[in-house]
Write a protein that binds this ligand. Structure first.
Ligand SMILES: NC(=O)c1ccc[n+]([C@@H]2O[C@H](COP(=O)([O-])OP(=O)(O)OC[C@H]3O[C@@H](n4cnc5c(N)ncnc54)[C@H](O)[C@@H]3O)[C@@H](O)[C@H]2O)c1
Length: 448
């Protein structure tokens, strides 16, 4: 099959590279010429483990190309995937479809024979029909079908997720389109990964319902964590006790500073917006969003408490700012709410993140970037763990505590046992929802 992939971001690039690894001929298009130039040299512009090697072997095999020339890529393609961004629209919280519709119109004008125009971007219900309309209007002669093929990969594990998906969802309306999609995904189907065919609206809804449900699990456990703190329970044990129930499962039950990233915040917001538009409010999703905002603010209070009520004049070391480990993606990361609040409160903030600096520099003004956690905590009043990179999981707590001015820790990912941290010399440890958390005397009194 010949595939054109429009957009070489996290989804488009991984999908294009993996489709070529299936044996298809893939041309990836991006309008960002610097990205295309780097890709053409075999350089991957994002941090995604394993991607560079798969890319290199498919370029070497002559199956994978990069270009800014959309018309060249679309010419003769059996399927054209649209994998451009759908960020939150300013003002009303809905998905901004500007890039999707612009791409659809460009694709329409470049179609030379029958092709399936596949939307891989996450788009609200009804969008694929609008894409069909845009293509028809831009090129009334075009011979095409549309298909909805939402993507479920996770950044940081994207190659594995694409190659071994829990399922592939395909919304189609004609046998012709279904046959093309089935040829594209045959390598997965042959390995027994379920490919589910459905209609356009259902496929679009599956993606939003799935993401909103996962975000719900996170907000749920974060709200339970706040209660655990008050009643003296340990949310880690609560989550384990819950997760052992096969009906619940143990995934997405890790209490933390709130969800972030390029998907959950914007997708929950868009689903809530769709519900309002259709007069069917999505109350649970709306609450999930509110709880997430509250959770991020609660984390700021924790650091403030550790610093005696105000961070003014305090030196704070922050470990991790990307929205999760194994990615350089900073979109909607909790750090973008928490760190500016600390800087705004008058703290001197040092940040360490294995891959966050390139993106983070512009987003987190006023912080000092460092490479080494031990150097960052020297003379600090508080250590804040915001992203659970492996590099931060086995630090020498004694060494950290010894070099700090006031050895206090806000472990907002619950990666250390508070008792171990106290034994190592930390005098106050905040976690998320764990019993046995030691607090400075002032805030312990305030909590009573
Ligand atoms: N990032 C994820 O983990 C993830 C997972 C599942 C689904 N999604 C969805 O996939 C879509 C893409 O997300 P992303 O994170 O890859 O976005 P991204 O912002 O990283 O990449 C989008 C790319 O598209 C390019 N682009 C935009 N308009 C173009 C055009 N007309 N022609 C050529 N290139 C164009 C941009 O230059 C950019 O490189 C979104 O709808 C997102 O919700 C993302």
């Amino acid at each position: 099959m010949k595939i054109a992939m429009i957009g070489t971001g996290y989804v488009g690039l991984v999908s294009g590279v993996c489709f070529s690894d299936f044996g298809h001929d893939v041309i990836c298009v991006d309008k960002a010429s610097d990205k295309v130039a780097r890709l053409t040299q075999g350089e991957v512009p994002i941090y995604e483990p394993g991607l560079e090697a798969v890319l290199a072997r498919n370029v070497a095999a002559g199956r994978l190309y990069f270009t800014t020339d959309l018309a060249r890529a679309v010419d003769g393609a059996d399927a054209v995937f649209i994998a451009v961004g759908t960020p939150t629209r300013r003002g009303d919280g809905h998905a901004d479809l500007t890039h999707v519709m612009a791409a659809a119109s460009e694709v329409a004008q470049a179609l030379t024979g029958y092709a399936v125009v596949v939307t891989k971007s996450t788009v609200p219900v009804g969008t694929n029909r609008k894409v069909a309309q845009v293509v028809r209007e831009a090129n009334p002669e075009a011979d095409f079908d549309v298909a909805s093929n939402p993507e479920f990969l996770r950044e940081g594990a994207a190659i594995d997720d694409f190659m071994k998906p829990d399922r592939v969802i395909v919304g189609v309306e004609s046998d012709r389109a279904r046959n093309v999609m089935s040829d594209i995904y045959r390598p997965l189907y042959l390995r027994d990964f379920p490919v589910v065919y459905t209609d356009l609206e259902t496929a679009e809804m599956v993606k939003y319902a799935a993401n909103a449900f996962l975000a719900t699990k996170i907000s749920f456990i974060n709200e339970v964590a706040a209660l655990c703190e008050r009643v003296g329970a340990d949310v880690k044990e609560v989550a384990r006790g819950m997760g052992l129930d096969g009906r619940i499962g143990n995934k997405f039950l890790h209490a933390g500073p709130g969800y972030g990233g390029s998907c959950f915040p914007k997708d929950t917001s868009a689903l809530a917006r769709t519900g309002q538009e259709y007069g069917v409010p999505q109350r649970i999703t709306e609450t999930v969003i509110a709880v997430n905002d509250m959770t991020k603010r609660r984390m700021i209070d924790k650091v403030m408490n550790l610093c005696g009520g105000s961070v003014n004049g305090c030196k704070i070391a922050v470990l991790g700012v990307t929205f999760k480990p194994e990615t350089d993606d900073m979109r909607e990361a909790p750090s973008l709410t928490i760190v500016p609040a600390l800087v705004g409160g008058g703290a001197q903030v040092c940040v360490v993140d294995p891959h966050g600096q390139r993106e983070g520099e512009a987003l987190l003004p006023g912080v000092t970037w460092m490479d080494d956690p031990y150097a960052a905590v020297e003379g600090a009043d508080c250590l804040v763990i915001l992203t659970e990179w492996n590099a931060f999981r086995a630090l020498d707590l004694k060494r950290l505590a010894t070099s700090m001015a006031t050895p206090s820790m806000a472990d907002l990912r619950n990666i250390y046992d508070p008792a171990d941290a106290l034994a190592a010399g930390f005098t106050a440890v905040e976690t998320v929802g764990r019993a046995g958390t030691a607090r400075p005397a002032e805030s312990a009194e305030a909590a009573q």
